[in-house]
Write a protein that binds this ligand. Sequence first.
Ligand code: HDE
Length: 690
Amino acid sequence: MTKTPNPSIGNGGEPHQRADGEERVLTTNHGVPISDNQNSLKSGARGPTLIEDFVLREKIFHFDHERIPERIVHARGSGAHGVFEATDDISDLTRAAVFRHGEKTEVFARFSTVAGGSGSVDTPRDVRGFAVKFYTDEGNWDLVGNNIPVFFIQDAIKFPDLIHAVKMEADRGYPQAGSAHDTFWDWASLSPESTHMLMWAMSDRTLPRSLRMMEGFGIHTFRLVNAEGVSSFVKFHWKPRLGVQSTIWDEALKLQAADNDYHRRDLFEAIDSGSFPQWDLGIQVFDQEFADAQPYDVLDATKLIPEEDIPVRLIGTMTLNRNVDNFFAETEQAAFLPSNVPPGIDFSNDPLLQGRLFSYLDTQKSRLGTTNFHQIPINAPRCPFGNFQRDGMMQTNVPNGRANYEPNSLAAHGEEGGPRESMDGFSTTNAVTGPDEMGDKLRVRPESFSDHYSQARLFYRSQDPHEQAHIASAFVFELSKVGLLDQVPPRMVANLRNVDEDLAKRVAKGLGIDLPAKAKAAKDPVDMDPSDALSIHKNMKPTLEGRAVGILIADGTDAVALDKLIAAIAETKGKSVIVAPRVGGAKLSNGKQRKADGQLAGTPSQLFDAVAIIVSDEGCAALMQESAAVEFVMNAFGHLKAVGASEAAQPLLDKAGVEPDDGILGIDGAFVKAAAMRFYDREPSVRMLA
Ligand code: HDE
């Protein structure tokens, strides 16, 4: 590969121009030292402000322009830096340097919600973006995926309609960040191809407990290409080391009230405390013969390949180990492009992917304002790069000499001739491998894309009964918010009858409507073998690692029991958070004051994975007068969490309506073990599900 210096980075290739706290003089943007940054220039102490005041004008002028357009989708996101290490030799499949065994590559990851604006909450029911930029030795590779392996639509031309329908309604400007409204379900019920994705969207996958506990998927079929030019099809998967975990709907709603930044804070604090989240990158590799033998089309982004059919092979690990220094400069200005692929990775003809290859490049111009967005440090390749593209707004590159065209013979005259093409550069794989991949110009959907229900059924039937109840209830909730369009809920239920009759009946019953006639399917669904890999519950990781236990204390709390519990939680790599009615904490049984991490009123139990209540009789009596304490226990119980309680706490548990079950324990080892789990069997006793 031809290596040319990276002229766009002015500080010697150091990508981050960090402004650390050494003592420096405050200046204008043009370097003029400022003597007074607190008072504007006036004519007389109480007179009019003078236009001559360039310090004031520059400061306000810059402030006026501090916002850029937010992303049209995925506006709300959180990012972090890290490293990807290739752990397996797949050189037989790809020549991409990023996958050379042992190779370490710098990465930047951004996780996002889709529908809400940049200031919206972190925990709506929504798909999450999972975008990773790999700064490889051969240019940036952006794997721009989601936490769900399929998508709503099959063809990029439908994307603006999908997004218009799901975002806040055009006339009234609400709801923000939620799909539970007329226009989304109007569109969805008229778009049967979205049914499979809707099953995922209505499952707990869209209520992640933490960004650190989500899977990620490249969704589309891509290609890996080896040094001989031989290509294989591939699907990319990210598997979180902490396991996949979700909250439940009532908890997610209450989290919105407790902490708008729940996920952003969780990610930042985990990395800040040295608890670095990790994901393994996995691939499903297959060939044309496999593709041709499936009842679905591998170019159809509404379909997945069951892991039971093609196991996921783990080939590397991503560790996020550094928070951003500046949210705007890095997370906000990060520009991901699915078209960023290094030699050895290539596209398939998936029509959704093909549309994305245009969209992301285009949108960066409108968001970041210039074609030179690649020069912004967060976007600039870490490897040398250069070509003959020149000028444009915000050009920070200062190329030497006359070489701004190609071919040229300037080098023959001793001048700088500029970079050259390389035989090793990216070359497109012969794209025609399957049937119907070339021919007449047609504006059609292939026949092989017409089965909209088999995989929706596969997903539903692969869930355990609790997960199925959550899906049915989510449909009921969302469709119950369809206010003005009476025709929409029955039309949606009519589609669901093609997925599963029982699901359709439950949703109809929950909505209080008659079961409508089954919608006519373009292709009758078939039964596929259920796939355990699609269920969260069947794959729960019983660990407290990365999780938190809220410990409620009050005056008189047994100091020994408290310390013992904290130590036991730490041993399992969990985090203890002490909650007390007052910020100052509580006076323990040993007479010492123990500071609280959170005040009860602002630290409700939805912030934790399990709760413990360690109180004396006196402390319990005081907490019984605090509605926040009763809710602390009631919600932990209602959110199916383990509750560990000292004996004296029993009256508080009774007041909160806690009934005994496997998750209601004393303060001992059994509680610490249970704290890593959820008690789904409890759910019918705390809420009515569809
Ligand atoms: Fe995106 N999408 N998308 N998308 N998408 C954007 O690009 C688009 C799709 C995804 O953290 C936009 O820079 C089209 C699928 C993520 O910055 C925009 C289509 C998947 C992010 C865009 C899709 C995604 C985006 C808006 C249908 C999962 C956030 C701002 C063909 C594989 C990246 C931007 C970040 C962002 C277009 C469908 C994931 C407008 C046209 C499928 C994670 O270009």
